[in-house]
Design a protein around this ligand. Structure first.
Ligand code: ZN
Length: 362
């Protein structure tokens, strides 16, 4: 009895390091990380009431593998998107405004050491990789997976890095809704994005509908000016494309569900919940799907001192303060290895979890 207890104890201690816990049969071939911008608990609660007139009606709210993630950055309790995405992408907390570089003393002036991202690890091992965002292809939250910069607003440099990768042949799929901003920024650094993308074998598109048929190409960059493109269809087409690689893939999907318009934010969250369900179904048994947020923010349902009868019409109850907040955000996991997700964890552990799930040493 005693030896059994002590063996289980040591197994539990080892399991804290994750990697020893993932039997190879439990390892996913692919990982998809879905980031709902600002999708904290209050937002999910409001989305459920707005979408279904009932609490806990979202697909996400039926998950059994859940953790709570501390989102604080190296410099502040309240993170910005790039710092939290850096923690997810690299396992290191950095300063706000920094993209996948180690924190420095003189923020904004000094360039920190470039951190190796999980997308770069995947490229190095020959997996296919992609990021999709209905904000921007160079928004800090997705750029943190393929680029490094002291300044999240250096769109030109961030985009350049996508085309000049440090590992493998670079990101295979990049989709964003900031065409004008990216092309203006790259032209200022005297680069011809269209020419460079063609030289590197990418299909360069201005609408997501082109992803359905790449005319024989296997890599694509979509820069659109339409943030309301069909994200669900784009995700489906992207999974089809990336899953052609027998070695597997790593995909990040970001939806801007942090908009100063409660109706739009909540309907996008309901959509993203449906997209998560469809992704879990489409990606199949060998794919680990993780949904979390980069931070929460001040979206709350309040009574406004008057009785509010239960109804789907919750918009009059919404109090909206656009500022980010410090509280932990929920993380939901589906698929092989998901049962290792539990408890309160730092944002850096999301990286360790994904690395261990793939079976890669850190
Ligand atoms: Zn955000």
């Amino acid at each position: 009895m005693h030896s059994f207890v002590s063996r289980s104890y040591w197994l539990a201690v080892l399991c804290l390091a994750f990697s020893s816990c993932f039997a190879s049969a439990q390892r996913p071939k692919n990982i998809i990380l879905i980031l709902g911008d600002g999708a904290g608990l209050a937002s999910l609660n409001a989305a459920s009431l707005y979408g279904y007139g009932a609490p806990q009606a979202l697909f996400l709210q039926h998950a059994s593998n859940i953790a709570w993630v501390d989102t604080s950055s190296a410099s502040e309790w309240v993170t910005d998107a790039s710092a939290c995405a850096t923690a997810y992408a690299t396992g290191v907390k950095t300063n706000n405004t920094v993209v996948s570089e180690r924190p420095v003393v003189h923020v904004g002036t000094d360039e920190g050491e470039k951190l190796k991202t999980i997308l770069e690890y995947a490229e190095e091992r020959g997996l296919s990789t992609g990021v999709i965002s209905n904000a921007g292809a160079t928004d800090g939250i997705v750029a943190a997976f393929y680029a490094h910069n002291k300044n999240r607003l250096a769109y030109g440099e961030l985009f350049e890095e996508a085309m000049h990768p440090r590992f493998g042949d670079g990101i295979d799929l990049l989709v964003g809704a900031d065409r004008k901003a990216v092309l203006t920024a790259t032209s200022k650094t005297s680069h011809d994005a269209a020419q460079e993308l063609a030289d590197r074998g990418y299909a360069f598109l201005d609408t997501t509908s082109g992803l359905e048929n790449l005319g024989g190409k296997t890599r694509a960059v979509v820069l659109t000016d339409n943030p309301d493109f069909d994200l669900g269809q784009t995700v489906q087409d992207s999974i089809k494309l990336l899953s052609k690689n027998p070695k597997g893939y790593f995909l990040v999907i970001h939806s801007d569900t942090h908009i100063p318009d409660a109706r739009k934010t909540l309907s996008r969250l309901v959509d993203l919940d449906n997209i998560t369900k469809a992704t879990v179904d489409q990606a199949g048994k060998n794919t680990l799907v993780i949904f979390t947020a980069d931070h929460s923010y001040g979206l709350y349902l309040t009574r406004h001192k008057e009785k509010q009868p239960k109804s789907r019409d919750i918009l009059p109850m919404v109090t909206l303060d656009n500022d980010h907040t410090a509280e932990d955000v929920p993380l939901f996991a589906f698929g092989p290895g998901a049962d290792h997700i539990k408890g309160f964890i730092p944002n850096t552990q999301v990286f360790s979890f994904m690395m261990s799930a793939y079976g890669w040493p850190q």
